[in-house]
Structures are given as structure tokens and as C-alpha cells.
Design a protein around this ligand. Structure first.
Ligand SMILES: C[S@@+](CC[C@H](N)C(=O)[O-])C[C@H]1O[C@@H](n2cnc3c(N)ncnc32)[C@H](O)[C@@H]1O
Ligand SMILES: *[C@@H]1O[C@H](CO)[C@@H](O)[C@H](O)[C@H]1NC(C)=O
Length: 205
């Protein structure tokens, strides 16, 4: 099969990302973590679910005393950065309450849960995870959408992006910016009672 060159480079980039090569990937910006940390009353324990190569966990480690970073994939965790107060743990996607309490913490023991670009794989588990979060319990989750460069670049990029049905159906909620997910939490509001929406723009080098 002849693979067009652009598609080939896209596959190589995606493969590198999957290998968790952090030098090829952006870091989430600091303002995001400072904002999230300002919303939890205490800063003892944060849990990053679907941590991958631990990028979010690494940032949380600067703001929380301890961080537990879990992923179902032992291969992903192999690429995670070694940080003294981050503990990486492999978990079963369908873990029981026993496994949850043993590996993560007892009920109401976690100050913050973060889920970065992974919730669409397990949003049906939010009620279950909620049990270990301290009151006022909440999670911080985010996803990154397609880049907008300009018409000439975007039209080529979108052509490859839209090669359906290669995307898993569950990934559609990323395109919907997670608006279709039913969160068992209250949204964060500003002083005028408007829901806070954070939109950050980051650049790949
Ligand atoms: C796109 S990666 C995001 C990784 C990282 N949070 C980041 O922002 O770079 C999604 C991660 O979710 C993990 N994952 C998928 N389903 C999971 C589940 N049910 N439980 C735990 N981790 C899961 C995958 O192994 C993968 O590492
Ligand atoms: C679109 O962006 C690319 C990448 O920065 C640039 O090379 C190209 O000249 C731009 N095209 C237009 C029409 O602005």
C-alpha cells in the first residue's frame, strides 16, 4: 500500500506520542494547575487518572504533598517521569472498591482528581471514583481539541482527521468538548453565578 507522505509523518508523530515521548509533547500550562489548586481547601493528596506519561501528575506534584497517578497501561507508566512525591500505579479499568481503597485511598481522602485527555474512556466510572474525593468533591478534567492554524493547513489536517471510522466512537465526546458527558458534580461558577469556562491555547514546538 502506498501511504501519502503527510499521512506517514502523522502516523509517526502519533506513534511517538503513544510511546509517551514527553520531549515530543507539550506540557500543560501552569496557570491551569494554579487555578485548579485554588479550588481545593487542602493540598495533601491529588489523584491523576489515566495519567499516561504523567505530565499532569508532574505539575500537580508542585502543588500537592502527594500525588497518585494511575493508568490501566503498564507500558504508558514505564515512560512516566520520576518525581519523588508521585506514585505511579497500574489499575484495572473495572477496579473494585477494595482495589480503589487499597491503591488510591479510603473514602473522602483525596483532595483533587484530575483527568487529562482520558475521561472519554471511562466517564461511566465517575460516580465510582467520586467516593474517595473529599467534600466539596469535584474533579478537574480537560481535553484538547483540533488545532486551528489557517484554512490551508486546517483543510489538509481535517481531511486526515476525518478518516472515519478509525476513531473509537467514545472519542466523539472530545470533539463535543466533553459537553455531552453527564457529570455528577456542580460546575464552578464565578461571582456572578456564571459557569467558568477555561480555554487555553498552547503551541507545539
Ligand atoms: C490520551 S492518553 C492521556 C494521557 C495523559 N493524561 C495526558 O494528558 O497526556 C489516555 C490515557 O488513558 C488511559 N486509560 C484509558 N482507559 C483507562 C481506564 N479505564 N483506566 C485507567 N486509565 C485508562 C490510557 O492507557 C492512556 O494512557
Ligand atoms: C498557513 O500557515 C502555514 C504554517 O504557519 C504557513 O506556512 C502558510 O503560509 C499559511 N497560509 C496562509 C494562507 O496564511
Amino acid at each position: 500500500m502506498v501511504v501519502p507522505a503527510t499521512l506517514l509523518s502523522l502516523i509517526i508523530i502519533l506513534k511517538k506520542l503513544w510511546q509517551g515521548c514527553s520531549s515530543n509533547r507539550h506540557n500543560f500550562i501552569e496557570e491551569l494547575f494554579n487555578f485548579i489548586a485554588s479550588k481545593t481547601p487542602s493540598h495533601n493528596l491529588a489523584w491523576d487518572i489515566g495519567t499516561g506519561n504523567g505530565q499532569a501528575a508532574k505539575s500537580l506534584a508542585k502543588l500537592y504533598k502527594d500525588v497518585i497517578a494511575t493508568d490501566k497501561s503498564p507500558k504508558q507508566l514505564e515512560f512516566a517521569a520520576n518525581v519523588p512525591n508521585v506514585q505511579y500505579i497500574c489499575t484495572n479499568p473495572k477496579m473494585s472498591i477494595c482495589e480503589l481503597e487499597k491503591k488510591v485511598g479510603k473514602k473522602s481522602s483525596v483532595d483533587l482528581v484530575t483527568i487529562a485527555q482520558a475521561l472519554h474512556w471511562f466517564d461511566d466510572r465517575l460516580h465510582f471514583y467520586k467516593q474517595v474525593i473529599k467534600k466539596p468533591n469535584g474533579i478537574a478534567t480537560w481535553c484538547y481539541k483540533l488545532p486551528n492554524i489557517n484554512n490551508s493547513v486546517d483543510s489538509v489536517f481535517n481531511k486526515y482527521y476525518n478518516v472515519q471510522p478509525d476513531w473509537e466512537p467514545t472519542r466523539k465526546s472530545v470533539d463535543d468538548k466533553y459537553k455531552t458527558i453527564d457529570f455528577p458534580f456542580e460546575p464552578i461558577c464565578d461571582n456572578n453565578n456564571n459557569v467558568v469556562h477555561l480555554v487555553f491555547q498552547t503551541y507545539l514546538e
